[in-house]
Design a binder for this molecule. Structure first.
Ligand SMILES: NC(=O)c1ccc[n+]([C@@H]2O[C@H](COP(=O)([O-])OP(=O)(O)OC[C@H]3O[C@@H](n4cnc5c(N)ncnc54)[C@H](OP(=O)(O)O)[C@@H]3O)[C@@H](O)[C@H]2O)c1
Length: 267
Protein backbone atom coordinates (compact mmCIF):
# COMPACT_ATOMS: atom_id res chain seq x y z
CA UNK A 1 0.00 0.00 0.00
CA UNK A 2 1.32 3.48 -0.89
CA UNK A 3 0.97 6.05 1.93
CA UNK A 4 0.82 9.79 1.30
CA UNK A 5 2.06 10.56 4.80
CA UNK A 6 5.56 12.14 4.97
CA UNK A 7 7.25 11.14 8.21
CA UNK A 8 10.84 11.86 7.21
CA UNK A 9 13.50 9.17 7.20
CA UNK A 10 14.01 6.34 9.69
CA UNK A 11 17.52 4.91 10.04
CA UNK A 12 17.27 1.31 11.28
CA UNK A 13 20.29 -0.68 12.39
CA UNK A 14 20.19 -4.46 12.11
CA UNK A 15 17.53 -4.19 9.39
CA UNK A 16 18.66 -7.25 7.41
CA UNK A 17 16.66 -9.76 9.46
CA UNK A 18 14.40 -10.39 12.44
CA UNK A 19 12.99 -7.48 14.42
CA UNK A 20 14.83 -4.81 12.40
CA UNK A 21 13.47 -6.11 9.09
CA UNK A 22 9.92 -5.95 10.49
CA UNK A 23 10.52 -2.36 11.68
CA UNK A 24 11.63 -1.57 8.13
CA UNK A 25 8.41 -3.02 6.75
CA UNK A 26 6.11 -1.31 9.26
CA UNK A 27 7.83 2.09 9.11
CA UNK A 28 7.83 2.14 5.29
CA UNK A 29 4.09 1.40 5.38
CA UNK A 30 3.71 4.23 7.93
CA UNK A 31 5.20 6.72 5.46
CA UNK A 32 8.88 6.81 6.40
CA UNK A 33 11.69 6.75 3.90
CA UNK A 34 14.34 4.33 5.13
CA UNK A 35 18.07 3.96 5.58
CA UNK A 36 18.77 0.31 6.31
CA UNK A 37 22.03 -0.66 8.03
CA UNK A 38 23.55 -4.12 8.65
CA UNK A 39 26.48 -6.18 7.37
CA UNK A 40 24.64 -8.41 4.89
CA UNK A 41 24.16 -6.21 1.80
CA UNK A 42 22.30 -8.85 -0.24
CA UNK A 43 19.63 -9.26 2.42
CA UNK A 44 19.32 -5.48 2.82
CA UNK A 45 19.03 -5.01 -0.94
CA UNK A 46 16.24 -7.59 -1.19
CA UNK A 47 14.29 -5.89 1.61
CA UNK A 48 14.88 -2.45 0.09
CA UNK A 49 13.66 -3.46 -3.37
CA UNK A 50 10.51 -5.08 -1.97
CA UNK A 51 9.63 -2.17 0.32
CA UNK A 52 10.32 0.52 -2.28
CA UNK A 53 8.09 -1.41 -4.69
CA UNK A 54 5.29 -1.97 -2.15
CA UNK A 55 5.24 1.48 -0.58
CA UNK A 56 6.80 3.91 -3.05
CA UNK A 57 9.18 5.10 -0.33
CA UNK A 58 12.87 5.82 -0.88
CA UNK A 59 14.89 3.01 0.69
CA UNK A 60 18.66 3.36 0.93
CA UNK A 61 21.00 0.57 2.00
CA UNK A 62 24.29 1.01 3.81
CA UNK A 63 26.30 -2.16 4.44
CA UNK A 64 28.28 -1.59 7.63
CA UNK A 65 29.76 -3.59 10.48
CA UNK A 66 28.97 -1.55 13.59
CA UNK A 67 31.82 -3.32 15.37
CA UNK A 68 34.22 -1.75 12.88
CA UNK A 69 35.23 1.76 13.94
CA UNK A 70 35.38 3.23 10.43
CA UNK A 71 32.06 1.67 9.38
CA UNK A 72 30.47 2.99 12.57
CA UNK A 73 31.91 6.44 11.88
CA UNK A 74 30.27 6.39 8.42
CA UNK A 75 26.84 5.78 9.98
CA UNK A 76 27.47 8.48 12.61
CA UNK A 77 28.27 10.88 9.78
CA UNK A 78 24.99 10.04 8.02
CA UNK A 79 23.09 10.73 11.26
CA UNK A 80 24.93 14.02 11.77
CA UNK A 81 24.41 15.32 8.25
CA UNK A 82 21.15 13.93 6.82
CA UNK A 83 18.54 16.46 7.96
CA UNK A 84 15.69 14.27 6.67
CA UNK A 85 16.26 11.75 9.50
CA UNK A 86 13.48 11.94 12.10
CA UNK A 87 13.75 8.48 13.69
CA UNK A 88 16.67 6.29 14.75
CA UNK A 89 15.93 2.66 15.55
CA UNK A 90 18.90 1.25 17.48
CA UNK A 91 18.12 -2.41 16.92
CA UNK A 92 21.34 -4.17 15.84
CA UNK A 93 22.51 -6.45 18.60
CA UNK A 94 23.72 -9.90 19.49
CA UNK A 95 23.21 -12.11 22.52
CA UNK A 96 24.70 -15.17 24.13
CA UNK A 97 23.14 -18.02 26.02
CA UNK A 98 26.29 -19.62 27.47
CA UNK A 99 26.88 -18.99 31.17
CA UNK A 100 28.85 -15.87 31.97
CA UNK A 101 32.08 -17.49 33.10
CA UNK A 102 32.00 -20.15 30.36
CA UNK A 103 32.01 -17.48 27.64
CA UNK A 104 34.93 -16.14 25.62
CA UNK A 105 35.70 -12.71 27.05
CA UNK A 106 36.67 -11.38 23.61
CA UNK A 107 33.19 -12.26 22.31
CA UNK A 108 31.71 -10.58 25.38
CA UNK A 109 33.70 -7.43 24.60
CA UNK A 110 32.47 -7.50 20.97
CA UNK A 111 28.91 -7.81 22.29
CA UNK A 112 29.39 -4.80 24.57
CA UNK A 113 30.85 -2.91 21.65
CA UNK A 114 27.82 -3.56 19.43
CA UNK A 115 24.99 -3.49 21.98
CA UNK A 116 26.34 -0.58 24.03
CA UNK A 117 29.13 1.42 22.37
CA UNK A 118 27.66 1.53 18.84
CA UNK A 119 24.17 2.31 20.17
CA UNK A 120 25.62 5.12 22.30
CA UNK A 121 27.68 6.63 19.48
CA UNK A 122 24.75 6.54 17.05
CA UNK A 123 22.54 8.23 19.63
CA UNK A 124 25.15 10.94 20.20
CA UNK A 125 25.34 11.46 16.43
CA UNK A 126 21.56 11.78 16.00
CA UNK A 127 20.54 13.93 18.97
CA UNK A 128 22.13 17.32 18.09
CA UNK A 129 20.38 17.37 14.69
CA UNK A 130 17.05 16.41 16.28
CA UNK A 131 17.50 19.24 18.82
CA UNK A 132 18.34 21.78 16.09
CA UNK A 133 15.43 20.70 13.91
CA UNK A 134 12.93 20.82 16.80
CA UNK A 135 12.37 17.12 17.38
CA UNK A 136 12.96 13.50 16.54
CA UNK A 137 12.57 10.02 17.99
CA UNK A 138 14.84 7.20 19.11
CA UNK A 139 13.67 3.62 19.59
CA UNK A 140 16.20 1.53 21.50
CA UNK A 141 15.74 -2.24 21.40
CA UNK A 142 16.66 -3.47 24.87
CA UNK A 143 15.40 -6.79 26.27
CA UNK A 144 13.57 -8.20 29.26
CA UNK A 145 16.96 -9.49 30.43
CA UNK A 146 17.79 -5.84 31.15
CA UNK A 147 15.59 -6.31 34.23
CA UNK A 148 16.02 -10.11 34.48
CA UNK A 149 19.77 -10.65 33.92
CA UNK A 150 19.63 -14.07 35.60
CA UNK A 151 17.68 -15.40 32.60
CA UNK A 152 20.52 -15.48 30.03
CA UNK A 153 24.22 -14.71 29.73
CA UNK A 154 24.93 -11.93 32.22
CA UNK A 155 27.03 -9.75 29.92
CA UNK A 156 24.13 -9.73 27.46
CA UNK A 157 21.75 -8.80 30.31
CA UNK A 158 24.19 -6.09 31.39
CA UNK A 159 24.27 -4.57 27.91
CA UNK A 160 20.48 -4.44 27.84
CA UNK A 161 20.32 -2.96 31.37
CA UNK A 162 22.57 -0.23 29.94
CA UNK A 163 20.14 0.35 27.07
CA UNK A 164 17.25 0.71 29.52
CA UNK A 165 19.12 3.03 31.91
CA UNK A 166 20.49 5.11 29.03
CA UNK A 167 16.97 5.45 27.59
CA UNK A 168 15.53 6.52 30.96
CA UNK A 169 18.20 9.16 31.30
CA UNK A 170 17.81 10.36 27.69
CA UNK A 171 14.08 10.75 28.21
CA UNK A 172 14.70 13.00 31.21
CA UNK A 173 17.29 15.11 29.38
CA UNK A 174 15.61 15.38 26.00
CA UNK A 175 11.85 15.51 26.41
CA UNK A 176 11.88 19.33 26.58
CA UNK A 177 13.56 19.33 23.17
CA UNK A 178 10.66 17.33 21.70
CA UNK A 179 12.87 14.25 21.32
CA UNK A 180 10.93 11.07 22.04
CA UNK A 181 12.66 8.03 23.50
CA UNK A 182 11.31 4.51 23.71
CA UNK A 183 13.04 1.45 25.14
CA UNK A 184 11.48 -1.80 23.89
CA UNK A 185 11.99 -4.88 26.07
CA UNK A 186 11.20 -7.97 23.99
CA UNK A 187 11.02 -11.39 25.56
CA UNK A 188 12.01 -14.41 23.47
CA UNK A 189 11.19 -13.55 19.85
CA UNK A 190 11.32 -15.88 16.84
CA UNK A 191 14.39 -14.61 14.96
CA UNK A 192 17.90 -15.77 14.01
CA UNK A 193 19.06 -14.28 17.33
CA UNK A 194 18.76 -17.58 19.21
CA UNK A 195 20.72 -19.71 16.75
CA UNK A 196 23.48 -17.07 16.64
CA UNK A 197 23.43 -16.75 20.46
CA UNK A 198 24.01 -20.49 20.86
CA UNK A 199 20.57 -22.01 21.56
CA UNK A 200 18.25 -23.05 18.70
CA UNK A 201 14.75 -21.60 19.06
CA UNK A 202 13.35 -25.15 19.05
CA UNK A 203 14.92 -25.67 22.49
CA UNK A 204 12.67 -22.99 24.04
CA UNK A 205 9.11 -23.64 25.23
CA UNK A 206 6.75 -22.42 22.53
CA UNK A 207 4.57 -20.50 24.98
CA UNK A 208 7.33 -17.96 25.71
CA UNK A 209 8.17 -17.20 22.05
CA UNK A 210 6.54 -14.24 20.28
CA UNK A 211 6.42 -13.76 16.49
CA UNK A 212 8.64 -10.87 15.42
CA UNK A 213 5.68 -9.29 13.56
CA UNK A 214 3.57 -9.32 16.75
CA UNK A 215 6.50 -7.94 18.76
CA UNK A 216 7.08 -4.98 16.46
CA UNK A 217 3.38 -4.21 15.97
CA UNK A 218 2.88 -4.15 19.75
CA UNK A 219 6.02 -2.04 20.27
CA UNK A 220 4.74 0.49 17.73
CA UNK A 221 1.41 0.72 19.59
CA UNK A 222 3.48 1.51 22.71
CA UNK A 223 5.43 4.09 20.68
CA UNK A 224 2.18 5.71 19.48
CA UNK A 225 1.01 5.84 23.11
CA UNK A 226 4.18 7.73 24.06
CA UNK A 227 5.53 4.99 26.35
CA UNK A 228 9.12 5.25 27.54
CA UNK A 229 9.30 1.54 28.33
CA UNK A 230 7.35 -1.04 26.33
CA UNK A 231 7.27 -4.68 27.38
CA UNK A 232 5.12 -6.31 24.71
CA UNK A 233 4.45 -9.54 26.64
CA UNK A 234 3.51 -8.00 29.98
CA UNK A 235 -0.25 -8.53 30.43
CA UNK A 236 -0.83 -5.95 33.18
CA UNK A 237 0.85 -2.53 32.93
CA UNK A 238 0.18 -2.04 36.66
CA UNK A 239 2.97 -4.56 37.37
CA UNK A 240 5.51 -2.33 35.59
CA UNK A 241 4.07 0.79 37.21
CA UNK A 242 4.50 -0.74 40.69
CA UNK A 243 8.07 -1.76 39.84
CA UNK A 244 8.81 1.77 38.66
CA UNK A 245 7.07 3.32 41.69
CA UNK A 246 9.26 1.20 43.99
CA UNK A 247 12.35 2.52 42.17
CA UNK A 248 11.14 6.11 42.50
CA UNK A 249 10.47 5.55 46.23
CA UNK A 250 14.16 4.73 46.73
CA UNK A 251 15.30 7.99 45.11
CA UNK A 252 15.27 10.40 48.09
CA UNK A 253 17.30 7.97 50.21
CA UNK A 254 19.97 6.80 47.78
CA UNK A 255 22.55 9.40 48.78
CA UNK A 256 22.89 10.54 52.41
CA UNK A 257 25.56 11.94 54.70
CA UNK A 258 25.18 9.07 57.18
CA UNK A 259 25.12 5.31 56.58
CA UNK A 260 21.82 3.62 57.38
CA UNK A 261 21.39 2.54 61.00
CA UNK A 262 21.81 -1.15 60.12
CA UNK A 263 25.36 -0.49 58.86
CA UNK A 264 26.59 1.51 61.86
CA UNK A 265 29.47 -0.11 63.69
CA UNK A 266 29.35 -0.42 67.46
CA UNK A 267 33.00 0.71 67.90
N1 LIG B 1 15.08 -12.41 19.41
C1 LIG B 1 14.94 -12.24 20.72
O1 LIG B 1 14.48 -13.14 21.45
C2 LIG B 1 15.28 -10.91 21.33
C3 LIG B 1 14.82 -10.65 22.62
C4 LIG B 1 15.14 -9.44 23.23
C5 LIG B 1 15.87 -8.50 22.53
N2 LIG B 1 16.33 -8.77 21.27
C6 LIG B 1 17.12 -7.76 20.59
O2 LIG B 1 16.54 -7.46 19.35
C7 LIG B 1 17.53 -6.91 18.48
C8 LIG B 1 17.38 -7.53 17.10
O3 LIG B 1 17.66 -8.91 17.18
P1 LIG B 1 16.81 -10.01 16.40
O4 LIG B 1 16.13 -10.83 17.41
O5 LIG B 1 16.04 -9.40 15.32
O6 LIG B 1 18.01 -10.92 15.85
P2 LIG B 1 18.62 -11.10 14.37
O7 LIG B 1 17.56 -11.58 13.45
O8 LIG B 1 19.86 -11.89 14.56
O9 LIG B 1 18.97 -9.61 13.95
C9 LIG B 1 20.13 -8.93 14.37
C10 LIG B 1 20.42 -7.83 13.37
O10 LIG B 1 21.61 -7.15 13.79
C11 LIG B 1 22.52 -7.11 12.69
N3 LIG B 1 23.89 -7.13 13.19
C12 LIG B 1 24.47 -8.08 13.95
N4 LIG B 1 25.77 -7.76 14.16
C13 LIG B 1 25.99 -6.59 13.50
C14 LIG B 1 27.12 -5.76 13.32
N5 LIG B 1 28.33 -6.08 13.87
N6 LIG B 1 27.00 -4.64 12.59
C15 LIG B 1 25.81 -4.32 12.02
N7 LIG B 1 24.70 -5.05 12.16
C16 LIG B 1 24.80 -6.18 12.89
C17 LIG B 1 22.20 -8.35 11.86
O11 LIG B 1 22.53 -8.16 10.49
P3 LIG B 1 23.85 -8.65 9.75
O12 LIG B 1 24.16 -10.04 10.19
O13 LIG B 1 23.47 -8.52 8.30
O14 LIG B 1 24.90 -7.66 10.13
C18 LIG B 1 20.68 -8.38 11.98
O15 LIG B 1 20.10 -7.52 11.02
C19 LIG B 1 18.87 -7.16 19.16
O16 LIG B 1 19.33 -5.96 19.76
C20 LIG B 1 18.54 -8.18 20.24
O17 LIG B 1 19.41 -8.09 21.34
C21 LIG B 1 16.03 -9.95 20.64
Amino acid sequence: MVSNIQNGTALITGASSGIGAIYADRLAHRGYDLILVARNRDRLDRIAVRLADETGRTVEVIAADLNDASDLARIEEVLRTDASITLLVNNAGVGATAPLLASDVNKMADMINLNVVALTRLTYAAVPGFATRGGGSIINIASIVGIAPERLNGVYGGTKAFVLAFSQSLKQELSEKNIRIQAVLPGATATDFWEIAGTPLAHLPGEIIMRSEDLVDAALVGFDQGELVTIPSLPDIADWQEYEAARQKLMPNLSKQEPAARYRTSI
